[in-house]
Design a protein around this ligand. Sequence first.
Ligand code: KIV
Ligand code: ZN
Length: 454
Amino acid sequence: MRTFRRKQQWNALLRIIIFDTTLRDGEQCPGAAMNLREKLEVARQLARLKVDVIEAGFPVISDGDFAAVHAIAKEIKGPVICALARCVPKDIDAASRAIKPAGKRGRIHVFVGTSRTHGETLKKSQGQVLHLAVEGVRRAKRYVTDVEFSAMDATRTDREFLVTVCKAAIAAGATTVNIPDTVGIALPEEMTELIIFLRNEIPEFRNGAVTLSVHCHNDLGLAVANSLAAIKAGATQIECTVNGIGERAGNAALEEVVMAVKTRRERFVGYGTNINTLEIVRSSQLVARLSGLVVQRSKAIVGGNAFAHASGIHQDGVLKMRSAFEIMKPKEVGWRGEKLPLTKHSGRAAVSVRLKYLGFKMTDADVNAIFNRFKEIGDKKKFVYDDDLVALVEGCVNEVPEIWALRHLQISSGTKQVPTAVVQLENGSGLVQDASTGDGPIDAVFKAIYRLTR
Ligand code: KIV
Ligand code: ZN
């Protein structure tokens, strides 16, 4: 068994670089087009998430990409702001102009295909590719000290040539060298071997003078596994995306890499990230909403079912002791509220907890009556939702104590208006009233109700 030395002489912190394809149009996923305002909103959230680097776009590609990178560089404080460029002068010059407002926090990321296949598509010999790499890094270095070089298709590049290119890029001034698995073909053990090989060949990777990074695509569903293998072998920068979105099958999902390192810390001794995990779910939901790329329910960490225990045995176990079926706390990644979806397999205890969560105070006899009706419904429906439970309560229990009563509701909404709601409620202590704005009229109503009732 390989043992991994605790890192001493090099930085033990993983740099998490987000190149969110919603921000970086150069490598797109279908459907993930966002306007400037939306990109800025995502960038603000990535800063709250405390990513180390935001690769904000590919400025030469379009005016829109340029404007987005420029605006992000101007407004976002905290993370390094990076712009992507081919090893081509006009790309690098555009990248430098776009990140200028970030000042010392600006990074230029230059790349060139180093495999034979990519050399053929570029119609370049290895010598010419080497020249492009060196010239690209040198030109970027004229503008910024922080330069990342990527050997695109590194996992299919001849090993000897890969070492030559990496060394040349470092000699030219690259401060980060990125090893992309561009086509997502690598297996975890191959990634481990490659990173160990590169560290053995290149002293700057061993002594921490240059950051060794990986960028894994998910064509075989291995992007996260490969990133973790690379970390264990000594990579200290992981390029990833929120929700794992990206070109084709996507890239390593930030939330999975971060939570694997955190949850299995005994296996990643000496490694950690700066990520504020409490912001993970919010980031995921924002990116999904603005990009239009819906997160599948069964997706790890951020999927709707990630912490939802559906089987009766699991629900029972979780209610007795969460660690019986949960390796992370939902709150740790920013989930709020109870996540147990009820099914016909759910037990009485789960139904009782859900009723309490919905605000019903019930006797054992009430719960029993509802549970019997619940079982009937569970046989007909896959999931029994909160609305179903509320309807059951209304049908089964004669006297549900009324906690709040709605006395007045006024909504203002229109194309040029900020949706606003005024809500008046009454409980045992008297009348209370509040107003709220929202994304829409319903949102405004619920925000006002929430403020009044908590
Ligand atoms: O997949 C890839 O090789 C890339 C590079 C531009 C880093 O996205
Ligand atoms: Zn990529």
